[in-house]
Design a protein around this ligand. Structure first.
Ligand SMILES: [Zn+2]
Ligand SMILES: [Zn+2]
Length: 327
């Protein structure tokens, strides 16, 4: 079994070493068909997130087929196609779990961070956190829905009834959110790295009414903005771009430091918030909605052995849509 490990010096696994679900467990063994590459993978590999499992197999946007299951598995049978997202396990007992906010669970475990993920030929997941995937999507097309789609959707929900929506950083998440937002009647204003005319053209091809550099103010005030780029400097810029009562949502797990800014930018009931992880309910809502839009994902395929190349291109901003690894 091949797997890309964060700390690599370990013998390649043989088939007999495949982790098997324990009897009675709710785990499934999944043969990976596709795993999308996320900005969070870079944050994990760069050591920007605390206490990863090490050695670690990254990857949390996994599509695959169940090849073996524990006795406690009830939702799926062997052969079923499933999606495995970032949220891998929650305790079900803490105040956040009991309050319907399992995304904030005190003891949550995350795929490709504190659990092994999908940069591999096989992986193990808890069936209770897997999603059935709509038939309309191929494996590779579906993979980016598992994080870019889900976190993007949760970010979009936080913008409430916004009509004029800014999106800062037009990568994998943005290209999905833009489609859902347009479906909901929003006008999209896309902000990219300075001079990135390719990304700006890509945004317009997905229906953005305006696309420009992130330092530039949009032609009209926005009702809300979502920041996907991990750049703290964008927060004052986005606050400046939104109108009174507007919301700025930070959709990433990590950001560079936020520079100080005058209170005037927040004054007049502007709201600044972050989005953390996902709940299973987000997944149910999003996978019901995606085929109706219908969300189409733009993917660039890489063989598993070229995972590092995919990550390098993501870091350099040289991907359109999402990179997807195919074992
Ligand atoms: Zn909990
Ligand atoms: Zn992700």
């Amino acid at each position: 079994m091949r797997a890309m490990m964060l700390e690599a010096p370990r013998q390649p696994l043989r088939a007999v070493d495949l982790p098997m679900p324990k009897p009675g467990a709710t785990q499934v063994l999944v043969k990976v068909a596709a795993c999308a590459v996320c900005r969070t993978d870079l944050h994990v590999m760069d050591g920007e997130l605390p206490d990863p499992k090490l050695p670690l197999v990254p990857g949390h946007e996994i599509i695959g087929a169940i090849v073996k299951k524990g006795r406690g598995v009830q939702r799926f049978i062997v052969g079923d196609r499933v999606g495995i997202p970032w949220l891998g396990w929650t305790c079900g007992e803490c105040e956040f779990c009991r309050g319907g906010r399992e995304n904030l669970c005190d003891r949550a475990k995350f795929t490709g961070y504190t659990l092994d993920g999908g940069y591999a030929e096989f992986t193990v997941a808890d069936e209770r956190f897997c999603f059935p995937i709509p038939d309309a999507y191929s494996d590779a097309e579906a993979a980016p829905l598992l994080c870019a789609g889900l976190i993007g959707y949760r970010s979009l929900v936080k913008t409430g009834e916004a009509k004029r929506l800014g999106i800062y950083g037009f990568g994998a998440a943005a290209h999905i959110v833009a489609q859902v937002a347009k479906f909901r009647g929003c006008e999209i204003f896309a902000f990219t790295r300075r001079g990135d005319s390719e990304a700006q053209a890509f945004a317009k091809s997905l229906g953005a009414v305006w696309a420009g550099d992130s330092e530039v103010m949009p032609p009209e005030k926005l009702d809300a903005a979502i920041i996907f780029a991990p750049v703290g400097n964008l927060i004052p810029l986005a606050l400046k771009a939104v109108t009174k009562g507007g919301t700025v949502v930070c959709g990433g797990i990590h950001m560079s430091d936020i520079p100080s800014f005058p209170y005037d930018l927040l004054w007049q009931e502007r709201t600044l918030c972050s989005v953390a992880n996902l709940t299973r309910r987000d997944g149910e809502e999003f996978f019901a909605l995606a085929p109706k839009v219908p969300v189409r994902t733009t993917v660039q395929l890489f063989p598993l052995a070229e995972a590092n190349e995919a990550l390098t291109r993501l870091r350099a901003g040289k991907l359109q849509g999402a990179a997807v690894l195919v074992p």
